[in-house]
Design a protein around this ligand. Sequence first.
Ligand SMILES: NC(=O)c1ccc[n+]([C@@H]2O[C@H](COP(=O)([O-])OP(=O)(O)OC[C@H]3O[C@@H](n4cnc5c(N)ncnc54)[C@H](OP(=O)(O)O)[C@@H]3O)[C@@H](O)[C@H]2O)c1
Length: 291
Amino acid sequence: MIQGERPILITGSKGMLGNDLCSALKEAGANWIGVDLPEVDISDPSSIANVVKVEEPELIINTAAMTDVDGCESDHEKAYRANALGALNVARAASISKAFVVHLSTDYVFDGTKTSPYREDDPVNPLGIYGKTKAEGEKMLLSEAPDNSLIIRTQWLYGLHGKNFVESILNACKERDVLKVVDDQHGRPTFTEDLVKAILKLAKLRPTGVYHVANSGETTWHGFASAIVEIEGLCHIKVETLSTAELNRPAPRPLNSVLDLEKFQALTKSALPDWKDALTAYLKTRKLLKG
Ligand SMILES: NC(=O)c1ccc[n+]([C@@H]2O[C@H](COP(=O)([O-])OP(=O)(O)OC[C@H]3O[C@@H](n4cnc5c(N)ncnc54)[C@H](OP(=O)(O)O)[C@@H]3O)[C@@H](O)[C@H]2O)c1
């Protein structure tokens, strides 16, 4: 088990990752509490501090964030308060009960110009507001609690409890026979259930600093969409290519955000499954639960 007497506090517990983390802790018989908006707002220092005073957690896993990448471009203030100040507020609140903080961050802290996978110590240079505020949050957390925190950067998440790329593609397949999907952004699609196992593994080992965690292998959004269509047996759907420039979304995105996974693998002597195997497992579970 990863804990002693005191509870584990999950922030952002209603989100895609938070939901799966809470389920895993429940299944493991752990002592845990999940909090989310509107009851607990990490961008308000007293809101998160009050929970910590009452619950006295020994570990806080902060999954709360403003994750709408394009939405962040039109509301800088809200993004900064949730993603940057939120991380600082969690670190300060954690000191009340001397809790260790595991904080989730993103591949979007990188600019995507590197031609090989990004290592933990590569310089960050975010392109958009989401990445900028998440990078700011990392910096604040590390300076506030360098010996009591761990940052897990991950990427391209999908899971059973949230809006995500897999759901978008499956919905689009109900409406159209031809999909156009970006083929010049590279990353590692990651199943939240696999990420949860890795988070709990790291939370037990409690290394400090930054670790990258994602499913193994890499692809493009086009490759990801094609695999969804193939595994689901949707032979009539054609997946065509589109460039990032043609798609013209409000937020700029890194073209290469493949995260280097060696540091996690060396510490835990394990690796997350290949992304396509993980996707197959997800689609199987999804079918059982959602039909
Ligand atoms: N999704 C991805 O592809 C991805 C990739 C890389 C890294 N990450 C990181 O992984 C973590 C989890 O992501 P996710 O996809 O599970 O996100 P998510 O589904 O959007 O969940 C985040 C949760 O946090 C809540 N929240 C937002 N602002 C808050 C605040 N100020 N105080 C308390 N709770 C707040 C959200 O509530 P509302 O829904 O009401 O706003 C939501 O329930 C985040 O740190 C994210 O940056 C995600």
